[in-house]
Design a protein around this ligand. Structure first.
Ligand code: FES
Length: 240
């Protein structure tokens, strides 16, 4: 595949044609914050944490969904982008109820990690904090909608990797909720195989194993990419 040359933060970087800015940056050791992106899943550009500035573009672009082009000039760490990312993060915190001290994912949460990384000390917006339901009808897992950031990683892991599409999104705007099957209790979702891939994919404490205590939830987000890579390798091997 043809190589493309671009500049990221003033550094010349080579990328394969068709790669995203995020992939090219990571290959070059340049970190860009992400939330909805998870290796092994389709990129949807939902959270806007990975916004970067591209010369000639009139607005910041999502690095996870923007493909590299020859001669592209990208900035990943300008003051404008830092303000933008802080704003996105504060909006996420203000939309639901993220009280880390009583969360099963405390110390093991990508949202919390980003808040620390970006130096977020307070939220400038009014908290909506709607009283969302907690569904513990499943024998092994629960979902706390108060912790959900609607990144859809669980939806994509269930659909693209497990292939059953138990999860989806219903509603609009602040009323959007992750639902199982047609919106009934998770424990009654006939399509669910109890594989736990949604748990591995979830970046916060929204999906948790039943019985996990504060700070007790462990995730293995790399498991999703490992499964996808193993399947690809097997298919390539079988097809010669
Ligand atoms: Fe790119 Fe969420 S990581 S938009």
């Amino acid at each position: 595949m043809a190589a493309q040359t671009l500049k990221i933060n003033g550094e010349l970087v080579s990328a394969r044609a068709g790669e995203t800015i995020l992939e090219a940056a990571r290959d070059a050791g340049i970190a860009i914050p992400t939330l909805c992106q998870l290796n092994g899943l389709t990129d949807v550009g939902a959270c806007r944490m990975c916004m970067v500035e591209v010369a000639g573009a009139r607005r910041p672009l999502a690095a996870c969904t923007t493909r590299v082009t020859e001669g592209m000039v990208v900035q990943t760490e300008t003051p404008k982008l830092q303000t933008y990312r802080r704003g996105v993060l504060e909006l996420l915190f203000s939309e639901r109820s993220h009280v880390c001290a009583v969360c099963v994912a405390n110390g093991n949460c990508e949202l919390q990690d980003l808040a620390i990384q970006l130096g977020m000390t307070h939220v400038s917006y009014e908290y909506l904090a709607p009283l969302c339901s907690v569904d513990i009808s499943h024998a092994r897992f629960g979902i706390d909608h108060n912790r959900c950031i609607l990144c859809t990683r669980c939806v994509r892991a269930c659909d693209e990797v497990e292939g059953v599409h138990t999860w989806d999104i219903a509603g609009r705007g602040t009323n959007s909720r992750i639902i199982s099957d047609l919106g009934g209790p998770w424990g009654e979702a006939a399509s669910c195989t109890s594989c736990g891939k949604c748990l591995d994919a979830c970046p916060t404490g929204a999906i948790f194993p039943i019985g996990s205590s504060v700070a007790g939830r462990q995730r293995k987000p790399d498991r999703i990419a490992a499964i996808v890579a193993a399947r690809r390798n097997r298919a390539e091997f079988e097809n010669g």
